[in-house]
Design a binder for this molecule. Structure first.
Ligand SMILES: *[C@@H]1O[C@H](CO)[C@@H](O)[C@H](O)[C@H]1NC(C)=O
Ligand SMILES: *[C@@H]1O[C@H](CO)[C@@H](O)[C@H](O)[C@H]1NC(C)=O
Ligand SMILES: *[C@@H]1O[C@H](CO)[C@@H](O)[C@H](O)[C@H]1NC(C)=O
Length: 424
């Protein structure tokens, strides 16, 4: 009996008739076809002949495609996997299929797809991924599919598309992407323009609609009016202290980053001080100045309106303050150097040589030589003069300055006049 079975196996293998038990393998028009559709399969069965070119696993109950799922059949040209329960396609599940021309993954539950699987499928001509739960396509997902002619991504959960996603698909002639919940913000406007001008056929354009913002819900992308989209612009200014304030050690320095852009850019501060670099995603305090996150009060208070307050400004807070604004269209940055001069200790001369300025005669403040062209952030300088009245080395009040105003304010006012010359 056993001998007989061994013989059976030998015959089967010898004739190359191996086929997984639930499937039906046959040859037709020179293609080796393995039909495993409608079999209630929960995994890809083993035991295929190595020369299978067409494999149908449609309408089963496969829950996922693990790495190496098709290692037995490297010559596959067509792979049908529609109507399963696939949620995950692991990296390396499809990567070995360099001869694959048609791949149907439609009508599954795929939300977790390793897009690197597509990078080796250089022969692929048809890709059906419609009716899944894809929320996102990386910008380089289709970077190496030079033969792809038809791509179906309709009925997914795509919110947006990165500009240039379809650019590498030089052979593309058919794209279906309707019935996705697109967010109609500036980030997708490129697609509207592209869809209107491309030679690729894009059917059912009236079903390529916005789901958000609410006012645009249901509007077809091709009927969207142009949105007022603009890349960020920033201008960093210095908030002079109110009249009458005395600038004593420990005063509060206020910088203001004025931001424009549509959509409203995200603001980020980058601060380089002698003690190290500080990165702040704005805001870190509420309008009342209290920390938004639990913990201690931040040393640099970044408000939602673009202001940065630095209480107790001292030598440790000297440095370069940069604000960076970013939205989906780009980013912009502006920097200012803040230095602290302590009168009466030759501090002005040190600052003068560092920042190409010279002491303004008899005024106790700084004039920056306007002939010097700004060449870098070093030249965007705010120099803060501490009040002689309040400093540790306090000199007589009003010394060297006229009028009744506190000297610190006067000095600061003049330094503003003279030093505010290179803000961008
Ligand atoms: C596949 O291989 C088997 C035997 O190894 C052979 O009988 C069959 O003709 C082959 N099919 C194709 C399409 O080459
Ligand atoms: C287009 O969208 C409408 C409204 O959601 C829907 O009734 C219709 O079935 C969709 N057509 C296709 C082909 O998806
Ligand atoms: C921003 O808000 C803070 C706190 O409310 C306030 O001190 C500051 O003056 C505001 N800045 C501007 C430019 O209005």
């Amino acid at each position: 009996m056993q001998k007989l079975c061994l013989l059976c196996w030998a015959v089967l293998l010898g004739l190359g008739q191996a086929c997984p038990e639930p499937c039906d393998c046959r040859e037709k028009y020179g293609f080796q076809i393995a039909d495993c559709a409608y079999r209630d399969l929960e995994a890809v069965p083993p035991g295929f002949p190595a020369n299978v070119t067409t494999l149908s696993l449609s309408a089963n109950r496969l829950p996922s495609l693990p790495e190496g799922a098709f290692w037995e059949v490297p010559l596959l040209q067509s792979l049908w996997l529609a109507h399963n329960e696939i949620r995950t396609v692991a990296a390396g599940a499809l990567a070995s299929l360099g001869h694959l021309k048609s791949l149907d993954l439609s009508h599954n539950l795929i939300s977790d797809f390793a897009w690197s699987n597509l990078h080796k499928l250089s022969a692929l001509q048809l890709l059906k991924m419609d009716s899944n739960e894809l929320t996102f396509i990386p910008q380089d997902a289709f970077r190496s599919l030079p033969a792809l002619r038809s791509l179906q991504l309709n009925h997914n959960r795509l919110h947006t598309l990165a500009e240039g996603t379809f650019a590498p698909l030089t052979a593309l002639s058919h794209l279906q992407i309707n019935n996705n919940p697109f967010e109609c913000t500036c980030g997708i406007m490129w697609f509207k323009t592209w869809a209107l001008t491309t030679a690729v056929s894009i059917p059912e354009q009236d079903n390529i609609t916005c789901t958000s913002p609410h006012v645009l819900k249901g509007t077809p992308l091709n009927r969207l009016l142009s949105l007022p989209c603009s890349a960020p612009l920033v201008q960093l200014t210095y908030q002079p202290s109110q009249d009458g304030a005395e600038l004593r050690p420990g005063f509060v320095l206020a910088l203001h980053c004025h931001v424009e852009g549509q959509p409203v850019p995200q603001l980020h501060w980058h601060i380089q001080t002698p003690g190290g670099t500080v990165e702040i995603t704005s805001p870190n305090v509420g309008a009342d100045g209290h920390a938004l996150a639990a913990g201690s009060q931040p040393r640099f208070q970044a408000f939602a309106n673009g202001s940065l307050l630095i209480p107790d400004f001292g030598k440790l807070e000297e440095g370069t303050y940069s604000c960076l604004a970013t939205n989906e269209l780009g980013s912009a940055e502006s920097s200012v150097n803040v230095a602290l001069a302590t009168p009466g200790k030759g501090g002005e001369d040190v600052l003068g040589s560092r920042f190409h300025g010279k002491a303004a005669e008899g005024k106790g403040c700084y004039v920056v030589d306007n002939e010097v062209q700004p060449s870098g952030p070093e030249d965007n300088v705010v120099i803060i003069y501490l009040s002689r009245t309040g400093g540790p080395e306090a000199a007589a009040a009003g010394e060297g300055v006229s009028g009744q105003q506190p000297p610190g304010l006067l000095l600061l006012g003049q330094s503003l006049l003279f030093l505010f010359f290179t803000f961008f």
